[in-house]
Ligand binder design. Structure first.
Ligand code: GUN
Length: 291
């Protein structure tokens, strides 16, 4: 059972150790310390935990870290002014606005305001457009982390049928684009499923590699997975007290792990990779601004 686990925590640690060395040599050669600024609007407890991990990782790797916390009722202009200020701050190379934003704010409006050269989330239309054209600059962190997990686990994608469940700009759309692009990892035949997909179990059962980012706890059951396939679970949810208050993903891990040949756990699968790739993108942003 253990040999089929894709251990994102240890792959992420390995990547961060190598990034830490790269950051040190960048600092030595340029005199510049890469800096990441994270903007958190509101008091969503899960977002606060993620933002804290991002700050901690940047400091651990030798980068500057700053977090701007705005209240739940922050106005559009307060948020945009914060982004404009960070765009102009030369100590800040990467800007990330934690999503989701409170419902009175339009995420597109805020993302559009980020200077594309500092958009380490890869969500600005300029970066999403480059990715769609096969010329990626900043690859969104979770899809980038999934590619690294597949590479590190020696799971080939060329000619495979990849089924992606979920069509978000953060995960579903970019990973579908990346894995259908030329080269390895890539060269896959990709099917993108979503809430309106008919007979979704039939589609997911045809996957060699199933990537799930639908945002619903334990959505993928054992009968939706082909024996011997690879399953990548992007979801993370807190279970109710009646079920032990632990974490679970979008995949029913206990049942599906008996069928899959390889599977990511939650926690310890995709999550830590997202952080590693954010650190990678922040260093890349500093390199692009100081070349
Ligand atoms: N919320 C959950 N994942 C992410 C992410 O990768 N980036 C941002 N900005 N918000 C998120």
């Amino acid at each position: 059972m253990m040999n089929k686990l894709i251990d994102g925590s240890s792959i992420s640690r390995y990547m961060q150790a190598s990034l830490s060395q790269e950051i040190e040599s960048f600092k030595q050669s340029t005199g510049v310390t890469p800096g990441l600024a994270v903007v958190l609007v509101g008091d969503d407890p899960a977002s606060a935990v993620y933002v804290k991990s991002k700050g901690k990782a940047s400091v651990k790797l030798g980068m500057h870290s700053s977090t701007v916390v705005l209240p739940q009722n922050a106005s559009r202009s307060e948020v945009l002014n914060t982004v404009h200020r960070l765009n102009e701050n030369t100590d800040v190379h990467g800007i990330l606005v934690q999503l989701p934003l409170p419902s009175h704010l339009d995420a597109n409006d805020v993302i559009d305001a980020i200077r594309p050269e500092k958009d380490v989330d890869g969500l600005h239309p300029a970066n999403a457009g480059l990715l769609a054209l096969g010329r990626p600059r900043f690859v969104p962190c979770t899809p980038a982390g999934i590619l690294e997990l597949l590479k590190s686990s020696d799971i080939k994608t060329s000619g495979k049928h990849v089924v992606v469940v979920g069509r978000s700009n953060l995960v579903g759309r970019p990973i579908a684009t990346l894995l259908s692009s030329k080269g390895e990892p890539g060269d896959a035949t990709v099917t993108l499923c979503h809430s309106r997909t008919k007979e979704i179990a039939e589609v997911t059962r045809s996957a060699d590699i199933l990537i799930v980012a639908i945002g619903q706890p334990k959505f993928i059951k054992a009968d939706m997975v082909r024996e011997g396939s690879t399953v990548i679970d992007v979801g993370i949810h807190r279970l109710p007290e009646s079920e032990g208050s632990g974490l679970c993903g979008d995949v029913d891990f206990e049942a599906v792990s008996k069928i899959a040949a390889a599977i990511t756990p939650v926690p310890g699968g995709v999550g830590p990779m997202t952080i590693a790739m954010l650190m990678h993108n922040t260093l890349l942003a500093a390199k692009l601004l100081h070349r």
